[in-house]
Design a binder for this molecule. Sequence first.
Ligand SMILES: [Zn+2]
Length: 66
Amino acid sequence: MYLVITCPRCGNYSVVRDTVKTHECPYCGYLIRIEEASIIARAGNGREAREIILKLKTPRELKRKP
Ligand SMILES: [Zn+2]
């Protein structure tokens, strides 16, 4: 099982295995304790988890009209 969590410091999404206790945020380097992180979603595999993140993210660059 994989978890989609948000970093308490910078708010970016990360995918972690549900077996880990901590995760270093790839964006700001903050060491997230899984028990204190906000769990956004659960996924059966890493690919599914990344698809969830893609749906959650709403890149302003893509939405902006020229
Ligand atoms: Zn972070």
